[in-house]
Design a protein around this ligand. Sequence first.
Ligand code: EPZ
Length: 426
Amino acid sequence: MEKFIINGGNRLTGEVEISGAKNAAVAIIPATLLADSPCILENVPNINDVSIDLRILRELGAEVTVINNSTIRIDPRNIRDVAVPYELARSMRASYYFLGTLLSKFRHASVPMPGGCDLGDRPMDQHLKCFRALGSNYTIEHGIVELDADFLFGTQIYFDKVSVGATINAMLAAVKAEGLTILENSAKEPHIVDLANFLNSMGADIMGAGTDVIKIRGVSELHGATYSIIPDQIEAGTFMIAVAATKGDALIKNVIPKHLEPITSKLRKIGVVVMEYDDSVRVIGQDSYERITVKTMPHPGFPTDMQPQLAALLTLAKGTSIINEGIFDNRFRYVDELRRMGADISVDGNVAMIEGVSHLTGAPVKASDLRAGAALIIAGLSTNGTTEIEDIYHVERGYENMDEKLRKMGADIYKREIPANIRKAL
Ligand code: EPZ
């Protein structure tokens, strides 16, 4: 295993290029198996979750060719109706998108229950509700979800809860169903729109993605397409906060400023200077920041995937900030680790109260999930000491070469292997 070593105190300056969006890529990659000819995907992030997705595609019989670091060719013509391997599926959340795609293609799917970040209760009831509404039976036995349908018929589905995953799986399952499917109370995240745009480029007929009503008229065939994945608004927001926390001044490139609006507006309220250009934003850190109150909400609200990173910044703001986690019921596991660094945070249920302190101190800490790891990196960069972060595999699931990108901006951060004997002792 490896850990990050951060010698904090350096201002982040210069510029950074944002990679393709993880949560768009992990939906679009499984969708390629619906095509009857090869697809070429560009701006694909080189991250572990994508590697797992590509391994699953290969296990299903697809031919996957890496053209360069961010371009991949997928030929789905030899895809077979076989089970998705258990260990691959349970290593990430997005493996459950193979349910919607395999059901669409074969009217059958056998996919193990997913894994992913431990953020508290993460049921799949809305996904299963959609599959059943479209005409599929399902069983869950031995940790495996099995779907079977004679036909898939378009229908009207109202989501009891706004769910990114269920909205995506419903789109994937309905895209080749007979007739019209109307999804109501749908999620509106940028990656929902990106998937709809990709499917439409393959010949699908999807309208309304990005609003809470999505209409999908089933088609009989989908052809291959060449498609460029949108930039990752969460990676961009993470770097924006890292620049602010180090009082830096840097240009965040390859972004869509509109996707960043929920993040930009909160950072400006704290006192961070954010200047927007066509495909980049300049972030200028300040000597002090104001407290704020924020609740994480589905898009276009403040994204839950930015909650830990924002908390790390608010530990240094003047006064008492309040964060209300409106999506998941256990997304404050990183707080104990920030306390090791001197943060003054109290948590009561889904609400964290953050008393600003003058500075944090370096400490040995542990990443509990992807965005928690990002928050600890931000905190470590802001100190004048040394921070060691273990379990960085969480971070590498969703951030491409994060340490390398930060080093180019002036951060003193590097990876160190934990020798096996010490690993046993941990
Ligand atoms: C996606 O997870 C993202 N993951 C998460 O990003 C993100 O935090 C989340 O959406 C919210 O934006 C991927 O896209 C791979 P949800 P997902 O279904 O689809 C409840 C990251 O850091 N719910 O929108 O699992 C659920 O428990 C990761 O990149 C049900 O009750 O999230 C949660 O409280 C972390 N029943 C809420 O809805 C269901 O059937 C939102 O979950 C499904 C969800």
